[in-house]
Design a protein. Sequence first.
Length: 483
Amino acid sequence: MHGGKRLLTVLILIGLALGCVAGQWLYDPDYSAHDAREKIKQARAHLDDPAGGEISTQRLIRLRQLAGAEPWHFHKHGDALRYLYFIGNNIFMKALKMLIIPLVMSSVIVGVISVGDFSRLGRIGLKTLIYYFATMFVAVTIGLVLVNAIRPGDRIEQTQREEAPTTYRETGKEQRVEANAPPGLGGALLNIVDQMIPANPIAAAAAGRPLPVICFSLLFGVLLTMIGPQGRVVGQFFEAIFEVMMRMVGLVLWMAPVGVFCLVAWSLARIGFGVFATAIGTYMLTVLTGLGIHALIILPLLLWIFSRTKPWKFFNQMRQALATAGGTASSSATLPVTIRCAEDAGVSKKAAGFVLPLGATINMDGTALYEAVAVVFLAQAWGVEIGLQQNVIIALTATLAAVGAAGIPEAGLVTMAIVVAAVNQSVLGPDPTTRTIPLAAIGLIIGVDRILDMCRTSINVWGDAVGAMIISRTEPDEPVQDS
């Protein structure tokens, strides 16, 4: 059993490493996502309004192929990227996502039932929320200190600023960002509350939205403990579902080495490691430095102080989940793996079932840090003055916006609009002519977001796991020995 898990972990790490090598090998230095989107745009325009009369059949077929293409189809290794994307996203990611909702619902209900005492449940919930918000705020503070000290935005040239709005519009993220992100600090709070209460829990489950499912499951589990013997029968039903889901996780995980390899190779083949040597690379290194400080110093320190667990040993036990998070860039998709690894590492079923699903939805240490760094970076690039007041607003808004971010790839880009709006409101004050951060400035960082997304997702999952272990040790099911 343990030999099989060790083998799987080694295979996932090998897949991650080989994905990096293959991605760099497939990298096309002549590929430009911007130019590819221009060709697609021109093909669609020509189909809508053909100039010069009739179009030959062969030309028409070619135009339709171009109009329906993805930008990376223009890559020198476009066919290889297509297969990598299909295997990684359409097979592996979908297999993981298939497990999320039934696993979240059953694990939360089983976790609530195992707590039993309502006062204890409230105490666990309060400790969990305090931990989540505190660690996110610390992560944001680290990011703000680094980005204000390094000032990577000062290195951005005028041509890059001019191209950003076009990239922002042509990537197709403009509508998604502006439609899903209410402005300002109040908007961040409204975004969280709006997601918590489902008008239809079945529809929320069908849409793959974990937060409303968690809220419904919490209430369902509490009331289930109040109806006597009938409740115990239903509780046993959900315990059986949870066990079946964990068995399914074990099966899907054997796809992880290939799935992680494909996703990492597909991501790196489009931008290459050479991006770190550019001006935008300084911004990326700033984010990665902040993530490293938080993951390797702050979280291990909290783990040791509050649970007396050896950080390196626990990190090693969670490596399957962390590697999967890095490959998928989705804390929600990684949740089944996180729960399995945490339970194997000694986290109680109660903590794993209650703390981890909640953490995969609202605890986003890496995302909060990334959003804070990104917004200050964009402000520096566009010459917007960021003072102490704006830094405080960024810290608060980035923390709340990260809570409202979905646990899916690139969700941080959507909620970043909330932070940008909050900063702009603060900067404007009584003078409407003051320079602000254009929302289209996000286009400057879209190209490298996937790589940072993979890294920050691993930190999100590591933060969840540390929180679950702390709760497991401070609110144990039974006395436990120190690791």
